[in-house]
Design a protein around this ligand. Structure first.
Ligand SMILES: Nc1nc2c(ncn2[C@@H]2O[C@H](COP(=O)(O)OP(=O)(O)O)[C@@H](O)[C@H]2O)c(=O)[nH]1
Ligand SMILES: Nc1ncnc2c1ncn2[C@@H]1O[C@H](COP(=O)(O)OP(=O)(O)O)[C@@H](O)[C@H]1O
Length: 206
């Protein structure tokens, strides 16, 4: 599917910093919006329905799968997560850019549907630092952190399928890298492509 808006997909092991980075990126860029996924995971302390996720029960999720409501969905750390069509379709058609914060399985499904999607994988600088970030965040009990650390080893092996790998050691450096990736894509596509087309016509280059 080719759309006027750009689609960016950010994946990372839990705790690598993707939500913090995407939030900071959105604050700098009014043409970017994050897609709100549906999940069967219970909300964490500060999470609000419709802001971080749409929190739904598993039967509702399964009904949505049957109705074809999702572009992609996957089971991650024992819960179901999915990107609904209504979360992103209209915005992309309107020429606005969208970021998906989803796992690697979802990212690869999106790439098949949207070949121009830009896949970005965020890595932590070390396993120790990943563990410390999960502990410092203080949102997940120890067994959940253990599962996420074990899954992280499998997840990072998928980074090779992504267009870009960004290392989140120093936050500002990683944010700068993300901004550069978004900018590079816009130079190729969407609004800038349209304004380029106008100049090409004016110069009789088309
Ligand atoms: N495939 C897919 N994965 C998702 C979606 N939404 C979130 N995820 C992923 O599910 C995993 C767990 O997310 P979450 O429970 O919020 O934990 P966190 O990554 O530690 O903040 C992360 O890898 C998310 O990127 C989605 O719509 N589809
Ligand atoms: N570059 C960084 N250096 C130190 N701590 C970070 C960095 N990036 C994120 N964090 C912290 O690590 C924790 C996990 O980040 P978060 O964005 O929730 O990760 P994810 O969304 O990938 O699970 C948070 O407490 C966040 O403030």
């Amino acid at each position: 599917m080719d759309t006027p808006g750009n689609l960016f997909v950010v994946a990372a092991p839990s705790g690598a910093g993707k939500s913090s980075l995407v939030k900071a990126l959105l604050e700098l860029d009014s043409h970017l919006a994050v897609s709100i996924s549906h999940t069967t995971r219970p909300p964490r302390g500060q999470e609000v329905e419709g802001r971080e996720y749409h929190f739904i029960e598993e039967p509702t999720f399964r009904d949505m799968v049957m109705e074809g409501a999702f572009f992609e969905w996957a089971e991650v750390h024992g819960n179901l997560y999915g990107t609904s069509r209504i979360a992103i379709e209209q915005r992309l058609q309107d020429g606005e850019d969208v970021v998906l914060e989803i796992d690697w399985q979802g990212a690869l499904q999106i790439k098949r549907l949207f070949p121009n999607a830009v896949l970005i994988f965020i890595l932590p600088p070390s396993w120790d630092e990943l563990l410390q970030r999960l502990q410092r965040r203080g949102e997940d009990p120890p067994p959940v952190i253990e599962t996420r650390m074990a899954n992280a080893r499998l997840e990072v092996a998928q980074a090779k399928h992504f267009d870009y790998v960004v290392i989140n050691a120093v936050f500002e450096t990683a944010l700068f890298d993300l901004k550069a990736i978004v900018h590079a894509q816009r130079l190729k596509y969407s609004r800038l492509r349209r304004s380029k087309a106008a100049v090409f016509r004016a110069l009789h280059l088309d």
